[in-house]
Design a protein around this ligand. Structure first.
Ligand code: HEM
Length: 142
């Protein structure tokens, strides 16, 4: 293969780089932190017979911080919404994230009070908000 051909091949490969999943949006990065925090929470709340309050509150704080940061960003799908409806779409998204943050605060209160069964139930509430949020605000996967 001569060097011109090799260079042309290299350039054509560059075209595909933005399509790789490595290029997570800033929002996806925050969401991934939220995913890890919920995983850590579930592991301790569900599997441990005596959950660790301090550890769980640390996970909740991490979850809350990432959720608040996510609320300052906009979904990638915003670009697909007709311009006239875009502001309302973003406002709805922000309201849904605020709602999630309120649910996270409830979870923190339940953990602080050592109400473990109620805390486990609250995890299902958060999970439902995740599902609803993704249905409404996440781009469909191609
Ligand atoms: C605890 C709750 C949540 C978790 C753990 C979570 C987790 C995730 C994860 C892991 C992704 C990356 C894509 C994937 O792998 O599926 C993602 C993407 C996304 N999530 Fe969430 N999510 C939560 C709640 C929400 C809520 C409530 C909303 C909306 C109000 C939302 C909106 C989005 C959007 C829009 C994306 C796509 C990223 C983009 O547009 O740039 N998520 N989420």
């Amino acid at each position: 293969m001569n060097s011109t051909l090799r260079f042309a091949l290299f350039l054509s490969l560059l075209v595909f780089i933005p399509a790789l999943p490595l290029h997570a949006t800033p929002l996806e990065k925050k969401m991934k932190v939220m995913k890890q925090a919920t995983k850590d929470l579930k592991a301790d709340l569900i599997e441990a017979s005596q959950p660790d309050k301090t550890e769980n509150l640390k996970h909740v704080a991490k979850l809350r911080e990432a959720a608040v940061a996510a609320g300052a960003l906009e979904p990638a799908k915003t670009a697909d919404i007709p311009e006239a409806k875009r502001a309302a779409f973003v406002a709805d998204y922000k309201k849904s994230i605020e709602h999630l943050v309120a649910e996270i605060d409830e979870l923190a209160e339940l953990i602080s009070a050592g109400k473990w069964d109620a805390a486990r139930k609250q995890m299902s509430v958060l999970n439902q908000s995740r599902r609803d949020g993704h249905k409404e605000f996440m781009r469909e996967r191609e």
